[in-house]
Ligand binder design. Sequence first.
Ligand SMILES: [Zn+2]
Ligand SMILES: [Zn+2]
Length: 248
Amino acid sequence: MKSISSIVSNLYDASLSLVYPQSCAVCGRSVESRHDGVVCDACWSATRVFSASDTLCWKCGALSRATVSEDRRQQIRCRKCDDDAYTAARACGAYEGALRASILQLKRQSHVCRRLVALMHDLQQREPLNRADLIVPVPLHPDRERERGFNQAFVLGRELSRLSGLPLDEHSVVRRIHTDRHRAGMDAKARRRSVAGAFAVRHANLITGKSVLLIDDVFTTGATVSSCAEALKQSGAEDVFVLTVARA
Ligand SMILES: [Zn+2]
Ligand SMILES: [Zn+2]
């Protein structure tokens, strides 16, 4: 028997094809292709997407003003991320325009447009994320997931898994502590304290020796993904890479 959520999701897919063209969530002009989701082609094109030629902190993916030769890119560090537990983190682009609108939409509907999945796939295929061999979405606390009906990181991970062929493991990591990760007025240290020990690994045997690709929607201070990466490393993960849609 089909679950209610899969029926609702199918109905939603069907309704999507009926409502196009719809108005762009950024500029209000019409969105012609459902592959573009809730944003028009012009706004997608205007959104800052990071490319292989951008110079980044090799570890956390922050844009860097440093100018170095290609072969020294791996040595660039912003130093703010020194204590973070992941190996390296990358985002498709800045938290603005089409990426921001797509993330906000994903909090309401468990659907990711094809254009966004393609951007995530491009990023996953580049160094260093291409070393990962297993996709793990950052889990929500069960209470939060019940409230929302789905975990947006799982939806992103599932679509990336379909396109990349990398296996998806949405069961091995659980969130033990209910933290409000976008609480206003919290500085980096407070965020770090609030998520410390928030995650646990249930099936360490599935994680040991793996290079994990942790998926989330937004990278803000890195506290959440770092805490999750710490749990994975303690369970024997060799590396933990992070892929987010946007970097705030
Ligand atoms: Zn637009
Ligand atoms: Zn950094």
